[in-house]
Design a protein. Structure first.
Length: 197
């Protein structure tokens, strides 16, 4: 009888330890660290708008741009961007007025999608189509997989897409394209992008 009672207690203790162990294991594997527990994540890069990081910022500034949020763009990377556009030693060499127009469009660095606009509008989706400036007006923004964002970026820096500086764009037509076309067919199923090449 004593052996049976002792065995019963050992089974209860073993079962209790197993339940506690499972509970601790589940808590350790949970993504929820409890209410009020702050969590932090590292932002690695922002490439929704490649014009900013790949054209207008030096390589040394990529970590700064990649780890700040849009609210800090004007103060932290804005001067370098405007300096690139206007700098007398830079290839762009545009007027301060044009740089300010472009800066007002590009900063803060975000992809804008205006959900209040008609999805069937003539311009539809596409990079910079949310702008109230011709030739971009009437779209709702975002990016299409078919958008040649590099050419659009080069056009913004070296061309005159806003009609704000025709004299400054003169003679720079060759700089408004990288002469590279999309050569990967887009899939009709998720994730839609073509195979890397």
């Amino acid at each position: 009888m004593q052996r049976t009672i002792l065995g019963h207690h050992l089974r209860r203790i073993t079962l209790g330890a197993a339940v506690v162990g499972l509970g601790l294991g589940a808590a350790g594997c949970s993504d929820d660290n409890g209410p009020g527990t702050p969590q932090s994540f590292d932002q690695i890069q922002r490439l929704g708008n490649p014009l900013i990081s790949e054209v207008l910022l030096s390589k040394a500034s990529h970590p700064t741009h990649g780890t700040i949020g849009p609210a800090e763009d004007a103060a932290r990377v804005g001067p370098e961007i405007l300096g690139f556009i206007t700098g007398s030693g830079s290839v762009a060499g545009r007027s301060a007025e044009y740089a300010n127009t472009l800066g007002s469009v590009l900063l803060p660095d975000m992809l804008i999608v205006q959900t209040d606009k008609d999805p069937n509008a003539s311009s539809g989706a596409g990079w910079l189509t949310w702008l109230p400036l011709a030739p971009f007006a009437d779209g709702y923004g975002g990016r299409l997989l078919t958008d040649d964002v590099v050419d659009l970026a080069l056009l913004a820096v070296f061309g005159d897409p806003f009609g704000a500086d025709p004299a400054g764009a003169a003679g720079k037509e060759a700089l408004t394209t990288d002469n590279v076309a999309n050569d990967s067919p887009i899939s009709g199923t998720f994730p839609y992008v073509g195979a890397p090449n």
